[in-house]
Design a protein around this ligand. Structure first.
Ligand code: ADP
Ligand code: MG
Length: 260
C-alpha cells in the first residue's frame, strides 16, 4: 500500500500565491478527482507536484510513501513511481513511440543493466492488447502530427508501460473531444487497480461519468473547499460552482473593512 500525501501546499508563480494551503492524501487503488472553475490553481498544483521550475513551493510538502519528493528532479520523481502526463515533450519527430518507451524504461534501470528487447516487446504488445491499441501505432513518431485522441492514446500507453504508483492527470487544458475522452476513460479504467492511485484533475463533469471517482474534491481559490463522493460531481454538473462560492461566502466571517 502506497500513499501520496500533499500537505498544506502553497505554490507561487512570480511571487504571486496561487495554491494557498492544499492538503490531500491519495492511497493505492483510489481515484480522486479535483474539479473547479478555471483559474483556481488546478494546473498549478499538478505542475508543482511534477517539479516544474516556474512553480515555487513556498510552504508545505509532498510525500510519496512518507518521503518528501520536493528535493527530487522530475525524472527522479518519475522513477520513484509518479506519473505526470505533461512531463513529456509534446512532439519528438523521428523518435518512434516504441523506441521512446524503451528509452524511458531503460532510464529506470541501474547503470550497466540492459533492457531485454524480447521481454520489452512482449510487455509492450501485452499492454497494447489490453488497451486495444493497434500495433501500427508504436512505429509512429511521438506526438508528431497526432490528433488529440492519439496524444491521449500515447499518454495512456506510457502510463501502462511505466506502471507508476500514482498518476496525476490534468485533463483541463487538453481540449478533450469525444474521441479523446473515450480513450482516456477506457484507458484509465483498464489500468485502474489496487496498485495504482489516480489524481484526475478536470473541470469536465462528463469525464467523471466514465471514470467514476472514489472521491471528488472541489478546488476554489487555491484550496480544496469541499470533498465528497461521486455524487458531488453530479451536484456540480447540476448546480455549477456558484453554490459552492455562496456557501463559502456565507461561512466566512464578515470583513472588518470594506474596500474604498
Ligand atoms: P486552473 O488549472 O484551475 O484553470 P491555473 O493553475 O492554470 O488554474 O491558473 C491559476 C492562476 O495562476 C491563474 O490566475 C493563472 O493566470 C495563473 N498562472 C498559471 N500559470 C501561470 C504562469 N506560468 N505564469 C503566470 N501566471 C500563471
Ligand atoms: Mg488547468
Amino acid at each position: 500500500m502506497s500513499s501520496l500525501e500533499i500537505r498544506d501546499l502553497h505554490v507561487a508563480i512570480d511571487s504571486k500565491e496561487i495554491v494557498k494551503g492544499l492538503s490531500l492524501t491519495i492511497r493505492s487503488g483510489e481515484v480522486h478527482a479535483i474539479m473547479g472553475p478555471n483559474g483556481t490553481g488546478k494546473s498549478t498544483l499538478s505542475k508543482a507536484i511534477a517539479g516544474h521550475p516556474d512553480y515555487t513551493i513556498t510552504q508545505g510538502d509532498v510525500l510519496l510513501d512518507g518521503k518528501s519528493i520536493l528535493e527530487q528532479e522530475p525524472d527522479e520523481r518519475a522513477r520513484a513511481g509518479l506519473f505526470l502526463a505533461f512531463q513529456y515533450p509534446s512532439e519528438i519527430p523521428g523518435v518512434s513511440i516504441a523506441n521512446f518507451l524503451r528509452a524511458a524504461l531503460q532510464a529506470r534501470l541501474a547503470e550497466g543493466e540492459e533492457l531485454d528487447a524480447t521481454a520489452y516487446y512482449k510487455r509492450l504488445y501485452q499492454k497494447m492488447d489490453m488497451l486495444k491499441i493497434d500495433r501500427k501505432f508504436t512505429s509512429r513518431s511521438v506526438n508528431d502530427g497526432f490528433s488529440g485522441g492519439e496524444k491521449k492514446r500515447c499518454e495512456i500507453l506510457q502510463m501502462a508501460m511505466l506502471e507508476p504508483k500514482f498518476a496525476l492527470m490534468d485533463e483541463t487544458d487538453s481540449g478533450l473531444d469525444i474521441d479523446a475522452l473515450r480513450i482516456v476513460s477506457d484507458g484509465v479504467n483498464a489500468l485502474r487497480g489496487p496498485g495504482l492511485g489516480i489524481l484526475m484533475i478536470t473541470h469536465y463533469q462528463r469525464l467523471l461519468n466514465h471514470i467514476v471517482p472514489d472521491y471528488v474534491h472541489v478546488m476554489y481559490d487555491g484550496r480544496i473547499v469541499k470533498s465528497g463522493d461521486k455524487t458531488l460531481a453530479l451536484e456540480l454538473e447540476r448546480r455549477g460552482y456558484d453554490w459552492v462560492k455562496q456557501e463559502l461566502a456565507a461561512a466566512a466571517p464578515a470583513p472588518a473593512t470594506t474596500h474604498a
